[in-house]
Design a protein around this ligand. Sequence first.
Ligand code: FES
Length: 156
Amino acid sequence: MNPIQSLIKDLADQYGRKRENLLPVMQGVVQKEKYLSEYTMIEIAREMDIPAAEVFGTATFYSFLETKPAGQFIIRVCKTITCAMKGKNQLLFAIQDMLKIKIGETTPDNKFTLLETNCLGWCHKAPAMLINDDVYTEVTPEKVREILTGYIKETN
Ligand code: FES
């Protein structure tokens, strides 16, 4: 058994092998591995005896289940209506300009991946974004530069 297979087996032992346990198992893999490769999804399907199409479908449905290698910090900017009206584009421009990456890309040093996401539930404090599990609200271009500088310093 390779490390991926034993990770999936441990998670399935922990959460169970029914369909409703698929999401926690997938999240557990993402937490450890950062993303779900095609191979990993096939192994999850095998371990849980669930059709692979269902595992792929679940991964595409939830934007927080990464299916591509991602950086150490995953930035997810909310693209839903309130944040769109409150300046998420300016926010994205500031991030893209600072990190020199576009949406869907990862910096060459593998530190940051930039993504968009659906409503994060912080519309009353739009625009909102996540960096890994941390929420940032009412983010202005100036504020985002400060936040990212903090992350850059933390890892240098
Ligand atoms: S619209 Fe962005 S958090 Fe709800």
